[in-house]
Ligand binder design. Sequence first.
Ligand code: SAM
Length: 247
Amino acid sequence: MLNYIKHFKKSLGLSRDVFFKQGEAKSFEEIQKSGSRTDVINVLLSRFDRPTYYLEVGVRDPRDNFLKIESKNRYSVDPGLEVEENLADFKCTSDKFFEGMKQGEWRSLPDKFDVIFIDGLHIAEQVDRDIANALEVLSEDGFLVLHDCNPPTQWHAREAFNFFRSPAGVHWNGTTWKAFVKWRKNKSFYSFCVDTDWGVGVISKHFQMGKALELDTEFYEYKLLETKREEVLNLISFENFIQLTDK
Ligand SMILES: C[S@@+](CC[C@H](N)C(=O)[O-])C[C@H]1O[C@@H](n2cnc3c(N)ncnc32)[C@H](O)[C@@H]1O
């Protein structure tokens, strides 16, 4: 009877369930981690012995990351969905931008970039397309970097960005992780994920870091990530990343 009452209260939202407590704790833990997406990108850029070209897909407020990037040649793409004034160089979606690159429409741009940061629409299908398009314009020794590859709970990995009454609250990583996992299976690339700032994924054609992922399923449910996180993402600590990338 007692259990029934408890369940009934929960179903009415009269007491906060364990998922809310876990979600809040996980968000707090993630925010405390040292090292940021900006640090990861700057470390990768520092490996080049030449002036570099950097592209950011999805920039929002450039003061948060873009303007802190240490590269002589920085370019940004964003349709401006989340800001009053869109300060991106290319005020369009990533699809439109990459199509323009293919057609040679953007004359001021180089043919290839050394680091491309993919942080636009965080839905697997779009991220998958962004990765494929970005690889076409990545230098042979370049790096693709993806934000939000390591959602700490299934609530952070929800599809609906503006559903805030979940245990993740305002935090949202979307389904980027699924696109990252798909490319981790590709034997032509090396990839790993730095365990900081909601998971900073790195894909490279040349930087030999771990083997491709062997997976016997085509269906990427959150349970897969939850139970095999280290293996699925090739997850490494920020400190380990610094050591590995030391020249
Ligand atoms: C998470 S924010 C980017 C944050 C920024 N990169 C940073 O590190 O601070 C996501 C941005 O992606 C943009 N965006 C949404 N859909 C997009 C699309 N299809 N192509 C490119 N950018 C998109 C949004 O307008 C938003 O500004």
